[in-house]
Design a protein around this ligand. Structure first.
Ligand code: ADP
Length: 421
């Protein structure tokens, strides 16, 4: 394995895993620090999903070092610390403290910090982070409930979080390409800096930075800065991989969609599936709350379905219905009732022969993955932007597509299956 990655949250981990897979690395994502018996051989990159963004710095350090140790044991020669492209953190941490700890872990004295992701509107110029063209401290991030960002100068922000001396590699050097960036790294290092913020306003910049940074023992940043790494590894001859092809090997078995998202994209996808004749069962939160409907009701329905195509179980409702239900049950309680029902259904799916599963909804996906006791996922081809097919590792063999509610085209629930072999 070339690259061991530590991500400070679950969706950030998927974002990075997909970026690496799309650029040609065989990538595995683990849910938490991987257990020793999990087979990670055959991966070029492993992304460990932590939940360490807003926990106490000392805890974040401990979890990140545990992940780094597991990745090193599994053969990772280089480490990547992934955080949000809006540099989500408080003045107490955790980007600075974790970077410090991981740098010490690798025995190195120099790294970079580059959250830029121009395709998503995150650019860095002269060390200042912009979100869709607006300085970070004027963007909606200034009011974030957990990590309000009130300073767009990342050199200052990071310096407040760390004893490491923070420098800057600015636009002119980045624009001049990988050799100029390498020279700038050497210049900043000679000036006594151990970590540098690096400007980037385009994908070309990210690819140049990737080429210049590929040999550093530790890289830190958003998923954007990983864009150039696979190509750099191929050029350096340290990886034989080619960009991934379309099809994806999946276990044979029945196909099911579990939709717990009420986002507008999911509403359209549920409607398109029903219109196309996919057998569908709607879960009503009020009936679940009263006990008139249970997970067993859905399992009995599933047992009756004869189709060789996919079936759909959904709680997806219009905003008005959701509001009415939340008024009666309470927002959190309504969510939990539906999540628990879908989790109970999911737990029984392998026993009923379902091995190909699409889940719609971020929270819903978390509940389903936990219920299925999935430890890790290999990342396959992208179905629609931001949503790959994945295959579970370490437990029951499953093909899973975990779709954030608002992602995907209207025909997502219909076309996704055609990518499975
Ligand atoms: P998204 O990715 O679209 O935000 P999530 O799964 O993260 O989807 O969140 C949707 C939440 O709404 C979940 O907690 C789910 O249990 C809950 N939910 C699903 N259907 C209903 C419904 N009909 N009424 C109220 N809450 C619902």
């Amino acid at each position: 394995m070339r690259l061991g990655c530590i991500a400070d949250d679950l969706t950030g981990a998927s974002d990075l895993a997909l970026m690496l897979a799309r650029e040609g690395l065989r990538t595995i994502q683990t849910i938490g620090v991987p257990r020793e018996d999990l087979d990670l051989s055959g991966a070029d990159a492993v992304v460990v999903a932590l939940k360490s963004r807003t926990i106490a710095p000392q805890q974040a350090i401990e979890q990140s070092l545990a992940a780094a140790t597991a990745l090193r044991k599994a053969g990772a020669s280089h480490l990547f610390f992934k955080y949000c492209s809006t540099f989500d953190s408080t003045d107490e941490g955790n980007i600075g403290p974790v970077t410090e700890a991981l740098l010490a872990f690798t025995g190195s004295d120099f790294t970079l910090a580059c959250p830029a992701f121009p395709a998503n509107g995150r650019t860095i110029y002269k060390g200042h982070l912009f979100v869709n063209g607006v300085p970070l401290h004027e963007s909606s991030m200034k009011d974030h409930p957990l990590t309000p960002m009130r300073d767009s100068n990342l050199v200052r922000v990071l310096q407040r979080q760390t004893k490491l001396s923070v420098g800057l590699v600015a636009y002119e050097d980045v624009e001049a390409g990988p050799d100029a960036i390498r020279s700038a790294f050497a210049r900043e290092r000679a000036a006594g800096h151990q970590v540098v913020i690096v400007d980037a306003v385009s994908d070309a910049h990210l690819r140049s930075i990737g080429a210049a940074a590929a040999d550093l023992p530790l890289i830190t940043g958003g998923s954007g800065v990983a864009m150039g790494l696979p190509a750099a590894y191929r050029q350096g001859g340290t990886s034989s991989v080619a960009p991934s092809s379309g099809g994806f090997d999946a276990p044979q078995g029945r196909q099911i969609i579990l939709a717990g998202s009420c986002s507008s994209a999911t509403q359209g996808q549920v409607k398109a599936a029903i219109d196309a004749g996919v057998p569908a069962l709607r879960l009503d939160p009020m009936e679940l709350a009263s006990g008139d409907t249970t997970a067993q009701t859905a399992l009995d329905w599933l047992a009756d379905q004869q189709t060789s195509g996919p079936v759909l179980i959904y709680s997806t409702s219009t905003p008005d219905d959701v509001q009415a239900v939340q008024g009666k049950l309470g927002r959190m309680n309504a969510g939990e009732i539906v999540e628990n029902a879908l989790a109970d259904i999911a737990r029984a799916l392998p026993g009923l022969g379902f091995t190909r599963i699409i889940v719609a909804g971020g929270e819903t996906s978390g509940a389903v993955v936990n219920a299925l006791e999935v430890q890790a996922l290999t990342i396959g081809p992208e179905i629609d932007p931001g949503v790959p097919w994945t295959r579970s590792l370490g437990g029951t063999d499953l093909a899973l597509a975990l779709k954030s509610g608002n992602f995907g085209a209207p025909d997502f629930f219909l076309k996704a299956w055609t990518m499975l072999r």
